[in-house]
Design a protein. Structure first.
Length: 352
């Protein structure tokens, strides 16, 4: 039923030795504290576990996690796209900019909530085998067990994080009171899958030719065209095509080159391939997602089209649908800070 439609750091203390966890995993742990000795600011660690991967069988993995916020605060799980990592928000302990720092204090308040994020399984390139969004859900459950955190107020997921959140709600419903899915449906759209398949082929050609960086850069540049929209490019790149000697360049090429260059070194080629494949392997059954779910769709999203998000919301037992407009398309969750924050605040308060 659709309820509503609406258009590692300085100051570390503690041990890095492995400690036994309730789930039978082992946990390395590093905590960092603010100037108030009893107020935990942020902490990081790893959980070593044997996970039963859906397509690749049992594997030994190490799951890197970060917690940000008061130790006694209600828990939020936050997850982004395949290039996101455990460092979601900056803190006094880990002051480098997080991948979703724009939501700090707006949609996600680490003074009121404890925020948990992980590095995706396979993001370090250690698994050269098919990875599934269901594997990521089980990895988060293993971290919750190791940290002795029984339940989260909400899982807030965008893009691949939304897909993994649907899997988590389906596989571990007792661990979650609410779910927010932004620009991530219950299945991959065939056109988007074709886009990603070409990106993977470009990256593979780079490896085969001995220029890994060039392949990854071009793959990322092609991906950017799926993240953004023709409307944004029409408004942003108004300069004409130029001829320099015998080289013709269009207005957007410098921007695309910069996007590709920034991506170099962010993940190994094998991780890029396997996590990209993971999006296309994703399939969740909305009817099995019993927790109240807030669905956020972007009308201009070419990567996760609006009809897929409408279909998801219609098939969820308990959903609230918000349709936002943005010329940033799939990247709206990173760019439309105020609009996303309003939805997040309302969804979190409902689950609290």
């Amino acid at each position: 039923m659709v309820a509503r439609i609406a258009i590692d750091a300085a100051g570390l203390v503690g041990s890095a030795e492995l400690e036994p966890s309730p789930a039978g995993c082992s946990m390395s742990h590093a905590a960092a504290r603010t100037e108030i000795p009893t107020a935990l600011d942020a902490e990081r660690g790893e959980v070593a576990c044997r996970l039963a991967l859906r397509h690749a069988g049992a594997r030994d993995v190490r799951i890197a996690w970060e917690l940000n916020g008061p130790a006694d605060a209600p828990l939020l799980i936050v997850a982004g796209g395949i290039s996101a990592n455990r460092h979601t928000l900056a803190s006094a302990a880990f002051p480098e900019t997080g991948w979703w720092d724009e939501q700090r204090g707006f949609g996600i308040d680490p003074t009121r909530f404890r925020v948990l994020s992980i590095d995706w399984v396979g993001a370090d390139g250690s698994i050269d085998a098919p990875i599934d969004s269901a594997d990521q859900a089980d990895a988060v459950a293993a971290v919750l067990d190791a940290l002795q955190l029984p339940q989260a107020v909400a899982w807030i997921g965008s893009s691949y994080g939304a897909m993994s959140g649907l899997q988590f709600a389906q596989r571990h419903p007792q661990r979650l009171r609410g779910l927010v899915v932004i620009s991530g449906a219950h299945r991959a759209h065939p056109f988007a899958s074709a886009w990603r398949a070409l990106q993977r082929r470009i990256a593979a050609l780079g490896l085969e030719s001995g220029d890994e960086n060039a392949g990854l850069s071009l793959a990322r540049q092609l991906a950017m065209l799926s993240y953004r929209t023709p409307e944004e490019f029409a408004a942003r790149f108004t300069e004409g095509t130029t001829v320099d000697g015998d080289v013709v360049r269009v207005a957007a090429e410098d921007y695309l080159d910069a996007c590709g260059a920034r991506f170099i070194g962010r993940m190994p080629p094998v991780a890029y391939r396997r996590l990209s494949e993971s999006i296309d392997l994703h399939h969740a059954d909305p009817a099995q997602v019993k927790v109240p779910t807030t669905v956020v769709a972007i009308a201009e999203d070419r990567l996760v089209p609006l009809p897929d998000m409408l279909d998801l919301s219609a098939k969820l037992p308990h959903s609230e649908l918000h349709v936002l407009r943005s010329h940033y398309g799939h990247d709206a969750f990173l760019k439309e800070t105020s609009a996303i924050a309003r939805v997040l605040r309302a969804a979190i308060e409902t689950s609290t």
